[in-house]
Ligand binder design. Structure first.
Ligand code: TYM
Length: 411
C-alpha cells in the first residue's frame, strides 16, 4: 500500500501507476497497451494494482456455495482477479443481501464484442445469486473525454442501453441510468458524489488517474460520479437508507476508480465494494492493445454484418501462424498470440472443441485460414442473434428499465 496525503491507497498511487510508463504494459481506464505480443502481463498487474488472483480455492468455494459450475470465463482465467470475492460468498452463505453494479461509457453507437465480456459475467452473476443490478451509463465521462456534445452522448447512452438490455437482463432486478439524466432526478446521487469528492484530494486523483494541470476540471471531479453507485444510498428507491454490499464486474482497466472508492468507503461508513476483473479482449491487430470503440478496425461491433465480420477477421486478425504452409505444418502456430484463437477462447463455450482447436493449431494440423474460418462461424451467430434480440428492445422497453423504482431484493 502507498500513502498519498496521509490516505492509504490500495495497491498503487500515481507514482507506481504511472510507473506504468517504465513497465512494458500501460493500463488505465482510457488506454491499454503492451509491448508484448501476448498482451498485458496480468500476474504483474495484480501485484501492481494490489488485487488478488482468482485461484482454485476461490473457484471451489464459489462452486460449493452456489452449487453451480463456475462460468467458463472464470474457469479459463479470463476473469482472473478480484477484491473481496470471499466477502461476497460469505454474504451469500449467510443469506445476506448484496447488489451488482457495472457500467458503460457511451462513446460509440454500438458496443463491441469486448464490451460484452463484463456484461456476460454480470448477467450470469445476477442469475446465479438472484440479486439486483444497477448499470451506470457515464455519458458525462464521454462528454468530458471525447469530442461529444451532451445531447449526442445522452443519445448514445440510450442506444448502448438497448444493446445491454438485449443481453437478457431481468427487468424486475435491473435499473439502468444515464448520469446526465439521473442526477437531476435523484439528489441522493449528487449528495454521495459530494461526500466522495470531499474525501479525495487533487493530489490523490492526479496520483491515481494521472491528471495534469491542463485537464479540464470536470475530469478531476468525475471519478466520484463512477464511485457513487457503489454506495447503496445513491439508490434510495431500491435500498432505502441501508448500506448494502456491492460486487462490481468489469475489465481491470476500471479498477483505478474503485481503488479510490474502496479508500473512501470506510470513511463514509460504507462497506468496501468487491470486484471481479476480466482480462482484455484483444484488438484484431493483436494483444498489444485492447479492442476499442475508438478504432473501427480494431473491433467487431454488434452492428456489423456477417460480411463485415468475415472481412475484418480475414483482413485484420493477427495470426500466430507461420510464414509458409510448410513451416506451419512442421512447426505449428502460436495460439497465445493468434487473435482468431483468442476470439474463440472468449466466445466458444465448448471446452473440448476449444482444446481440440488449440492442439490442432499448435501442432500445425490446423492452418491460419481454418482457425479464422472457425472464429467467423462462432462469432457471426453471436452477433446475428444479438441483433435479433436488440430489434425487440423498443424505446418503451428501455424507459421501463430506466424508471426509478423498487427492485426485487431478497432479505
Ligand atoms: P467502457 O464503456 O470503456 O467499457 C464497458 C465495460 O467493458 C469493459 N471493456 C472491456 N472488457 C474486455 N475487453 C475489452 N477490450 C474491453 N473494453 C472495455 C470495461 O472494463 C467496462 O467494464 N467508465 C466506464 C463505464 C462505467 C463502469 C462502471 C464500468 C461506469 N461505471 C462500473 C464498469 C463498472 C467505461 O467507460 O467503460
Amino acid at each position: 500500500m502507498a500513502e498519498v496525503d496521509n490516505i492509504v491507497v490500495e495497491g498503487v498511487d500515481a507514482m507506481t501507476l504511472n510507473d506504468n510508463e517504465k513497465d512494458d504494459d500501460f493500463v488505465d481506464p482510457w488506454n491499454v497497451t503492451s509491448q508484448n505480443d501476448t498482451g498485458v502481463d496480468y500476474d504483474k498487474l495484480i501485484k501492481r494494482f494490489g488485487s488478488s488472483k482468482i485461484d482454485n480455492e476461490l473457484i471451489e468455494r464459489f462452486e460449493k456455495i452456489t452449487g453451480k459450475k463456475a462460468h467458463y470465463l472464470i474457469r479459463r482465467g479470463i476473469f482472473f482477479s478480484h477484491r473481496d470475492m470471499h466477502t461476497i460468498l460469505t454474504l451469500k452463505e449467510q443469506g445476506k443481501p448484496f447488489y451488482l453494479y457495472t457500467g458503460r461509457g457511451p462513446s460509440s453507437d454500438s458496443l463491441h464484442l469486448g464490451h460484452l465480456i463484463p456484461f456476460i459475467m454480470t448477467k450470469w452473476l445476477q442469475e446465479t445469486f438472484d440479486v439486483p443490478l444497477v448499470i451506470q451509463l457515464t455519458d458525462d465521462e464521454k462528454v468530458l473525454w471525447k469530442d461529444l456534445k451532451i445531447e449526442a452522448a445522452m443519445k448514445l447512452a440510450r442506444e448502448n442501453a438497448k444493446d445491454i438490455i438485449a443481453m437478457g437482463f431481468d427487468l424486475n432486478k435491473t435499473f439502468i441510468f444515464s448520469n446526465l439524466d439521473f442526477m437531476g432526478k435523484c439528489p441522493e446521487m449528487y449528495q454521495n458524489i459530494i461526500r466522495i469528492q470531499k474525501c479525495v484530494t487533487f493530489n490523490q486523483v492526479k496520483g491515481i488517474f494521472g491528471f495534469g494541470d491542463s485537464d479540464v476540471i470536470g475530469k478531476i471531479g468525475f471519478p466520484a460520479a463512477q464511485a457513487a453507485p457503489a454506495f447503496s444510498t445513491t439508490f434510495p428507491f431500491i435500498f432505502g437508507n441501508k448500506k448494502v454490499h456491492v460486487l462490481i464486474p468489469c475489465a481491470i482497466d476500471q479498477d483505478p476508480y474503485f481503488r479510490m472508492t474502496r479508500d473512501c468507503a470506510p470513511r463514509l461508513g460504507f462497506p468496501k465494494p468487491a470486484l471481479i476483473h476480466s482480462a482484455f479482449f484483444p484488438a484484431l491487430q493483436g494483444a498489444k492493445s485492447k479492442m476499442s470503440a475508438s478504432d473501427q478496425n480494431s473491433a467487431i461491433f454488434l452492428t456489423d454484418t456477417p460480411k463485415q465480420i468475415k472481412n475484418k477477421i480475414n483482413k485484420y486478425a493477427f495470426s500466430g501462424g507461420k510464414a509458409t504452409v510448410e513451416e506451419h505444418r512442421s512447426q505449428g502456430g502460436n495460439p497465445d498470440v493468434d487473435v482468431a484463437y483468442q476470439l474463440l477462447k472468449f466466445f466458444l463455450e465448448d471446452d473440448e472443441k476449444l482444446e481440440q482447436t488449440r492442439l490442432a493449431y499448435s501442432k500445425g494440423e490446423m492452418l491460419t485460414g481454418e482457425i479464422k474460418k472457425l472464429a467467423i462461424e462462432i462469432l457471426t451467430p453471436v452477433v446475428e442473434e444479438h441483433q435479433k434480440r436488440r430489434k425487440e428492445v423498443t424505446d418503451d422497453v428501455l424507459d421501463q428499465f430506466m424508471v426509478l423504482r423498487k427492485l426485487q431484493f431478497a432479505a
